[in-house]
Design a protein around this ligand. Sequence first.
Ligand code: YH5
Length: 285
Amino acid sequence: MTILKAGLHEIDLATPRVMGIVNVTSDSFYDGGHLDTGAAIAHAKRLIAEGATIIDVGGESTRPGATAVDERDELARVIPIVEALARESACISVDTMKPAVMRAALDAGASMINDVRALQAPGAIDVARASNAAVCLMHMQGEPRTMQHAPAYADVVSEVRAFLQRRAHACIDAGIARERIVVDPGFGFGKTLAHNLDLLRNLGDIAALGFPVLIGVSRKSMIGALTGRDVDARLAGSIATALSAAMRGARLLRVHDVRDTVDALSAWSTIERWPGSQDNRRIDQ
Ligand code: YH5
């Protein structure tokens, strides 16, 4: 039985759970992002009603080629949304690389830090340690502006696995309980399609580290490459890929389309008799 501790929340990961994406950016690649605080809050509430277990609020785009956002701008975008959602006692994750934004979001009621730099910024681990929030440690090769120019690995699976193990142990050594740690191979972050597929096919090797695995593939370029579809027509490809990842051990799925992904996971988890899914005895009769 896997329980993730995230602030006051204890999330049962016996069945895969969905993290809903709320972008508060001007250049989000799919939904355009919500620069209006009220619209972002309304969107987050809809995702909760659709079955998201966690809401991931991000104010800085990390899509390939994106440029950095000023810290004050990021704070002004993210904190009002975290405050509003914390009043609804939602489990809120903050998608940021900046320790100051992490700290402000935790003070405002966030329960998880989702850091595509795996808490490598100076002071980031200290912010996490000083809280009881969960942390998602993601692998990225390079930096967002240039990471897709020439990704290269001798063995992508073992390199990503070794990195995640190293960062998880850095957190544990700093005093962060292992029940608070999530790892993520970072699909699309300094990876070709071949690298992404190698990681997906061998996700079991990452899950074998013993930490819950989160994956984010929703509507990304790899789904475009697999289906030949533009970003607004990638739902089916995203769901197929999410289910494939869940089958290989992923326990958190970061997605734009919460309702459809929850439905797909519900159907499949019941067929597979995953514990915690619907009452299989009743269905069997
Ligand atoms: C993730 O996977 N992704 S934001 C590449 C794209 C498009 C979009 C077109 N934050 C993740 O959505 N956090 C983001 O190619 C994330 N895992 C975690 N933990 C970047 C994004 C994107 C990337």
